[in-house]
Write a protein that binds this ligand. Structure first.
Ligand SMILES: Cc1cc2nc3c(=O)[nH]c(=O)nc-3n(C[C@H](O)[C@H](O)[C@H](O)COP(=O)(O)OP(=O)(O)OC[C@H]3O[C@@H](n4cnc5c(N)ncnc54)[C@H](O)[C@@H]3O)c2cc1C
Length: 270
């Protein structure tokens, strides 16, 4: 068995220089790392002493430190943005012990198909702040697509705009403790009864993350009284890989039904 060395940097500069070494990985909440094969890992960087556990509001933006847990985010946002989609998505994710450990940084880096944070952050057009081999602020969509942004770099924070929105986050789970088979995130900017902007993401599809652009275009500039259940269903064109838990046609059909419900919930039409 390999002896894994633990490092406890106290500054970002120290953490960045550790990332230059080979086979060294950062540790967020450890909920994914602890279950992985670590035979090729020589060292683990503990991020606890870097002061990255915070939620703050600044210049119309909300900044979340990468070591903030799911529970910490839901709690921190309740006072500064109580209707935020992240409060809805994270207060129901996983289970209580996990919510106290899972960090936003580790969850963006790992980005599993059952993620409760990726859909909401994409809908909020989040930016990811990184340091290390690559430095700067990048749209989350770019961070997820570009491998080079993820190599030997540390996520230090996530930034989102603080704006009023209506939203809904659906988790397709068999039992309360299961990881979702897929999630649906709906985020709407309204002008009274008019939908000014719509974002709809389904995470967990065969393309992993699906943005429903046709549906967004259909919803935008429509009064809520003018939207039709049937037309929404027709615009949900996602597929799923077969899994032992459910068959692909069933999941595609369920995604249609639940997307309608998710939009109606965000609009508060019962
Ligand atoms: C039983 C269980 C149920 C779960 N259910 C859900 C669920 O319903 N919904 C959900 O969204 N999630 C759920 N999760 C969490 C999810 O599966 C991952 O375990 C989690 O997102 C990883 O976050 P972490 O902070 O623990 O990261 P870690 O395990 O510490 O790290 C994960 C990866 O990210 C890297 N990393 C960590 N921090 C950083 C950083 N700051 N910068 C760059 N790279 C970093 C690590 O090196 C590693 O490669 C569940 C986990 C468990 C164990």
């Amino acid at each position: 068995m390999t002896n894994i060395k633990w490092y406890y940097p106290v500054s970002l500069a120290e953490a960045s220089s550790l990332l230059e070494k080979k086979n060294i990985v950062p540790h967020g909440g450890g909920t994914n790392l602890s279950g992985r094969d670590l035979s090729r890992v020589d060292g683990i960087i503990c991020l606890k002493k870097l002061g990255l556990d915070y939620v703050k509001k600044e210049n119309g933006m909300i900044e979340i430190g990468s070591m903030t847990s799911y529970a910490g985010i839901a709690l921190g946002l309740k006072s500064i943005s109580p209707d935020n989609i992240l409060v809805k998505s994270l207060q129901n994710a996983a289970n209580t012990p996990c919510r106290n450990r899972i960090t936003i940084g580790g969850s963006i880096s790992f980005a599993p198909k059952w993620s409760d944070v990726i859909g909401p952050l994409l809908a909020l057009e989040a930016k990811v702040v990184i340091t290390g081999k690559k430095e700067g602020e990048f749209p989350l969509s770019e961070y997820l697509e570009q491998k080079e942004l993820r190599q030997q770099s540390l996520i230090t924070a996530v930034k989102i705009k603080n704006f009023p929105h209506r939203s809904s986050h659906y988790r397709d789970v068999k039992t309360k403790n299961d990881m979702p088979l897929f999630t649906i995130t709906t985020l709407l900017k309204m002008d009274k009864d008019l939908i000014k902007q719509a974002k709809v993401f389904i995470v967990g599809t065969s393309e992993r993350i699906s943005r429903l652009i046709e549906l967004e275009n259909y919803l935008e500039n429509k009064f809520r009284s003018a939207i039709s259940e049937k037309e929404i269903q027709d615009l949900v064109k996602v597929s799923f890989n077969d899994s032992k838990n459910a068959n692909t046609d069933y999941l595609s059909y369920k995604a249609k039904i639940e997307t309608v419900r998710s939009i109606f919930r965000a609009l508060e039409i019962s």
